[in-house]
Write a protein that binds this ligand. Structure first.
Ligand code: KE4
Length: 421
């Protein structure tokens, strides 16, 4: 199947990380999935911690989500016209994210972040934006930019095909570095339209914000007339019902959501202060549009998913599962005398193969990716499917049972031993 796929797709995949290139071996092809398990075309099943990179917080093929999609499909699959389903999902989102006074559905996290940036630039009438090294906000040109030569100079492209003229409007700073933020605003505050941040980083592995970091971003952006954008595509409905703005108490001007909010179907959302969103077409001069925005099947999947997340104790149970797995993995690594950092926020976690405390991209990159690759393969052989990259998160779902977690820890004990050997 992989051979066949390489005749059609670059690297045989429809998204780069799926190709297993940073962990070695060939990707398995999925036949079906249910609950915490995913089964490949050869009939092998795994306990799954990729969870479609975040959306599958309820586990795969939840019967109520599947039924909701089936019911919606029988009424038609797309209209290109408003439906009451969109309003119902928006009401649930606003209940979790009250700062999203107005919002708009799009079809991916990339589209949500790209649109939020254009809205911020249009509203602030400024071109510069600030992002953080190691944070990923989708593949829009302005966000595929790395730090320029000096910390205070504008960015350079982080991908071929991104014009230098565009990249120079993006400033990239170290994550968790409040001094760098203060310095850039002192020097260029008047040019900066927005700061976009993963309020808990997930794309360099899981890295929580230092105490005060997010509040510092809130203060400095407000003081300089810049907008604060929380990219909660991963953290939204993951680390809490109200994401990182619930856990941190910091309210951004704009929020981007994705993944869980569509229950596994293609949905992204951007939204925030009404006075900002009132500038978006057809009300105002900032344009953004989408054929499949608000797709009825995706809306139905999102409504059912968010409804199920409101079950009493849902997040407390996930927290307990996360704590149990993280403690078990840390004990297993210690037993193999392997220096690792287990970094966890709620039900998203990363085991960094390094003795260094991981607080930003530079320290994350001290991780031994060869060892991670060996660990990944050893776990796969033992029926555990982890993220095929050291710099991603493992996701626990409500479908992961205590037995699943204990089996994972037992497999890790062997895998760490092999890697240490
Ligand atoms: P999508 O366009 O892939 O739906 O979302 C982009 C995005 C935006 N913001 C954050 C914080 C994200 O994590 C993502 C996408 N995450 C990646 C990996 N964590 C998705 C997996 C992939 O690229 O295949």
């Amino acid at each position: 199947m992989f051979q066949d796929a390489t005749r059609f797709f670059s690297g045989g995949v429809n998204s780069p990380v799926r190709a297993f290139r940073s962990v070695g071996g060939e990707p398995f092809f999925v036949a079906h999935a249910s609950g915490s398990r995913i089964t490949d075309a050869d009939g092998r099943s795994y306990i799954d911690y990729v969870g479609s990179w975040g959306p599958m917080i309820l586990g795969h093929a939840h019967p109520r989500v599947v039924a909701a999609i089936q019911k919606a499909a029988e009424a038609g699959t797309s209209y290109g016209a408003p439906t009451e389903l969109e309003t119902r999902l928006a009401r649930l989102i606003q209940a979790a994210f009250p700062g999203m006074e107005r919002m708009r559905f799009v079809s991916s996290g990339t589209e949500a972040c790209m649109s939020a940036l254009r809205v911020a630039r249009g509203f602030a009438r400024r071109d510069a934006i600030v992002k953080f090294e190691g944070c990923y906000h989708g593949h829009a040109d302005s966000l595929l930019v790395k730090a320029g030569s000096g910390a205070l100079t504008f960015g350079v492209p982080d991908s071929l095909g991104v014009p230098a003229d565009l990249a120079r409007h993006t400033l990239t700073l170290p994550y968790n570095d409040p001094d760098a933020v203060q310095a850039i605003f002192a020097k260029r505050g008047k040019e900066i339209a927005a700061v976009i941040v993963e309020p808990v980083a997930g794309n360099m592995g899981v890295i929580p914000p230092r105490p005060g970091f997010l509040a510092g971003l809130r203060e400095v952006t407000a003081r300089h007339g810049a907008l604060l954008i929380f990219d909660e595509v991963i953290t939204g409905f993951r680390i809490a019902w109200g994401g990182a703005q619930e856990t941190s108490g910091v309210r951004p001007d704009l929020t981007c959501l994705g993944k869980i909010v569509g229950g596994g179907l293609p949905v992204g959302v951007y939204g925030g202060r009404a006075d900002i969103l009132d500038q978006v077409a057809p009300l105002g001069p900032i344009y953004q549009a989408g054929t499949l925005s608000g797709n009825p099947l995706a809306m139905a999947a999102g409504i059912e998913t968010l409804t199920l997340l409101q079950a009493p104790g849902f997040y407390a149970d996930l927290e307990a599962r996360g704590a149990r797995l993280a403690a078990g993995l840390a004990r297993a690594a210690a037993a193999a005398r392997l220096p690792v950092q287990t970094s966890r926020v709620g039900s998203m976690l990363t085991t960094f193969f390094t003795a260094t405390a991981v607080t930003d991209y530079t320290t994350a990159k001290t991780a031994d990716t060869t060892r991670y690759g060996a660990f990944f393969r050893a776990m796969l052989e033992r029926g555990i499917s982890l993220a095929p990259s050291q710099f991603e998160a493992a996701f626990i779902s409500a479908a992961h049972t205590p037995d699943d977690l204990d089996a994972t820890i037992a497999a890790a004990r062997e895998a760490f031993g092999l890697v240490a050997g």
